[in-house]
Design a protein around this ligand. Structure first.
Ligand code: CP3
Length: 354
């Protein structure tokens, strides 16, 4: 029990300890579906302006919590702050998503890649973590996060989002040593970055492996999972006598959950394609599970939302070890009232399973 927290159901669920109901939060809970977020973003001038100011980052982190009784807060930031701090020059062009001014395109730039000085170059993130913790004042736990080395490498090599990941896959298959070099440097950076977030006050950490799911079985294990294993091994596991649980989320990784559980992580995030009850049978004695409502369910009516929530809860079944979430980030086109219907349904309907 973490006595400083008024609501620690999320942390207990991650550690498979008993809770009275199933706690929930949503990936991308602070974001464009909220009118108050769009208003703050306008004042900040840009998305990166929000991320780089601890005051703005704190303000938008709190917005979904002020609207809904969610059981966790997530640091407002982005996974691409790490490659930005490694000198790649992150920018967002309207409608096109993230881009890098200096993507990794040749051996010289790959061999010159260095882990950032987290205390100097990512100070704005750790400052935001401390400020959010102060503002939360123990309401709910704060989640810190990072991209996985593989997912970050995708953006660093492609120079932005991609439909087919042709550049990163070409590098991976034709120059595996260079790919491993990028992953090794990035894994070291991620470990330092997550541990700095923990030192600043993050009470759980999540690794977003958004693109690991487009790899083959063997490539996933060699180029994505192996580096998440290093991160799990290198993370601070306990601070001031309190466990800091970690969550691995490979979107599209349902086939590989046994391997993910073998890393020794505390919890696995699931997208909506897998039955969470089947996942529980495979790995539920070793890890907690987080997920896995299809975000598109939130486009439907409150009644339909309630019945889809019941399906996920019923599929997980009785007992602890489940954190309810969406299977991926909430869409910007979601009606905020429908989120309220989901939150109420999870809190009400889950009590009978505990
Ligand atoms: O979950 C949260 O509320 C915390 C904040 C958060 C953001 N990005 C804010 C954001 C988190 C955890 C992320 C992670 C992230 N960023 C991932 C991994 C999770 C996933 O979705 O798979 C990835 C791949 C990124 C990279 C990234 N950042 C992309 C591809 C985009 C453009 C997406 C889009 O919908 O346009 C971003 C921008 C971004 N990150 C926004 C937010 C709220 C939208 C920015 C805006 O225009 O205001």
């Amino acid at each position: 029990m973490n006595f400083k927290l008024k609501n620690d159901a999320f942390l207990r669920a991650l550690l498979r300890q008993p809770t009275e109901y199933t706690p929930l939060w949503m990936m991308r809970q602070a974001g464009r579906f909220l009118p108050e977020y769009r208003e703050t973003r306008k004042r900040a001038g840009s998305f990166l302006g929000l991320c780089k100011s601890p005051d703005f980052a704190t303000e938008v982190t709190m917005q979904p919590l002020d609207r809904y009784p969610l059981d966790a807060a997530i640091l407002f930031s982005d996974i691409l702050t790490v490659p930005d701090a490694m000198g790649l020059g992150l920018y967002f062009s309207d409608g096109e998503g993230p881009k890098f001014e200096r993507p990794l395109r040749d051996e010289a730039s790959i061999m010159a890649l260095r882990a950032p000085d987290v205390e100097r170059d990512l100070r704005y993130v750790t400052d935001a973590v401390s400020q959010i913790r102060k503002t939360l004042d123990g309401r709910v736990p704060l989640i810190g996060f990072s991209g996985s080395p593989f997912t970050l490498s995708c953006y660093m090599v492609e120079g932005g989002s991609s439909d087919d990941y042709a550049k990163v896959k070409t590098l991976m298959y034709s120059e595996p040593k260079l790919m491993h070099h990028i992953l090794e440097v990035t894994a070291g950076a991620v470990i330092a970055y997550l541990n700095a977030q923990i030192e600043a006050g993050a009470q759980a950490v999540m690794i977003f492996d958004s693109w690991g799911g487009m790899l083959s079985h063997s490539a996933y294990h060699e180029f994505s999972l192996a580096y998440m294993q290093r991160i799990v091994d290198g993370l601070i596991k306990e601070k001031d006598g309190v466990r800091i649980p970690n969550i691995i989320f490979t979107k599209g990784g349902g086939l590989w959950i046994e391997g993910i559980a073998n890393t020794g992580c505390d919890a696995i995030g699931l997208d909506w394609t897998m039955d969470i009850g089947v996942a529980r049978q495979k790995v539920g004695s070793r890890v907690a599970l987080q997920g896995n409502l299809d975000p598109a369910v939130l486009f439907a009516s409150p009644d339909a939302i309630r019945s889809e929530v019941e399906k996920v809860l019923g599929s997980y079944g009785f007992g602890s070890g489940h954190v309810f979430n969406l299977g991926h980030g909430i869409s910007q086109h979601t009606n905020p009232d429908n989120v309220a219907a989901m939150v109420t349904a999870v809190h009400e309907l889950s009590r009978k399973y505990h």
